[in-house]
Write a protein that binds this ligand. Structure first.
Ligand code: NDP
Ligand SMILES: CCCCCCC/C=C/C=O
Length: 330
């Protein structure tokens, strides 16, 4: 019999999550029945959505939600899944779990041995797909346009900027430290600035693109988005992807309000959730993997060692300690 370690939400987050909001437990797993398989998590993802989704979907005592666990099959009574195969699953913060195979995604057959499997949680996984859908389907980016992205050195933002360059656009990004800004320049951003240290966000946005922005991929919301909307060009498009600046608010932020710039510049603004675009998954993963293998799409991972450190990795990511995709190596 295998005993799994799991992290549960002990106490609903109030403001910023803290270590005492989590509790690690041990769960004995049953023996496998025919058709089932036992999986071991190798890498786990920590993502911003866990913060707002915990409030909306979870109750205290539930296992922490967690998507895209790159896992290894250790025992199988299901002929469709061989022992040793790696898959992506959506089973929360657990070291081991049992599946009937229906909720598992195999890595693409063309996945080379040399490529970290953890990329299936980041650049070639859900965050990469988010960038792909947001740029190509929501912003409908065209060559020659100027694209703005915030949280640009993170899992989604770093892919957004590079896909925009692949698509022939000028790219402006911002991030919360000088070393992140240097990284953005290194991976091909045309302009980048540290939103925490510029004297004026308004000035920084104007200086980076005096003519304004055709596309704005918004990962942050709040004050940044309120200022950026005034820098959109006529008929600009805004992909509302995330609002991380608001996830830990106990009291909702108030305006400024967006109607006037929306009207004057005839802007389009559309929120989206990547999982609703699952019909683009196969095409998107294939394209992302190809660009990674061609060296056109660079990646960086912030790897935290040990399952015991899941809460620290999650809290650290919310604080901006990650460069690229934050993952935990079990
Ligand atoms: N709509 C969808 O389907 C999806 C939406 N998302 C959203 O995309 C965004 C990025 O996610 P992801 O790439 O996984 O995460 P990241 O890897 O970008 O990590 C989060 C980053 O957000 C930045 N950040 C944290 N707090 C603030 C703040 N108050 N103001 C500005 N920046 C902040 C930090 O970077 P810094 O140092 O630069 O501050 C931090 O590193 C999130 O809002 C997330 O919820 C993600 C996936 C799917
Ligand atoms: C089954 C995986 C679903 C992931 C959806 C993530 C949506 C994120 C929203 C904001 O961060």
């Amino acid at each position: 019999m295998v005993t799994a370690k799991v992290w549960v939400l002990k106490k609903h987050f109030e403001g910023f999550p803290k270590p005492s909001d989590f509790e690690m437990k041990q769960v004995a797993l049953a023996n496998l029945k025919d058709g089932e398989l036992l999986l071991e998590s190798v890498f786990l993802s920590v993502d911003p959505y866990m913060r707002p989704y915990s409030k909306r979907d979870m109750k205290e005592g539930d296992v922490m939600i967690g998507t895209q666990v790159a896992s290894r099959i250790v025992e199988s009574k299901n002929p469709a899944f061989a022992v040793g195969t790696f898959v992506v699953a959506n089973r929360g913060w657990r070291t081991h779990f049992i599946s009937d195979g229906k909720d598992l995604n195999l890595l693409p057959a063309s996945w080379p041995e040399s490529l970290p499997k953890s990329l299936a949680l980041g650049t070639v996984g859900m965050p990469g797909l988010t960038a792909y859908v947001g740029l190509f389907e929501i912003c409908k980016m065209k060559p020659g346009e100027t694209v703005l992205v915030n949280a640009a050195a993170g899992a989604v933002g770093s892919v957004v900027g590079q896909l925009a360059k692949i698509g022939g656009c000028k790219v402006v990004g911002c991030a919360g430290s000088d070393s992140k800004v240097a990284y953005l320049k290194n991976i091909g951003f045309d302009e980048a600035f540290n939103y925490k240290t510029v004297a004026s966000l308004d000035e920084a946005l104007r200086k980076a693109s005096p003519d304004g922005y055709d596309c704005f991929f918004d990962n942050v919301g709040g004050e940044f988005a309120s200022i950026a909307i005034n820098h959109m060009k006529k008929f600009g498009r805004i992909a509302v992807c995330g609002a991380i600046s608001q996830y830990n608010d106990s009291v909702p932020q108030k305006g400024p309000y967006i109607q006037i710039p929306m009207i004057f510049n005839e802007l389009s603004m559309k929120g989206f959730i990547v999982s609703s675009w699952h019909n683009h998954r196969e095409e998107g993963v294939k394209a992302l993997l190809k660009w990674v293998l061609e060296g056109k799409l660079k990646y960086h991972e912030q790897v935290t060692e040990r399952f015991e450190n899941m809460p620290a990795a999650f809290i650290g990511m919310l604080k901006g300690e990650n460069l690229g995709k934050a993952v935990v190596k079990v």
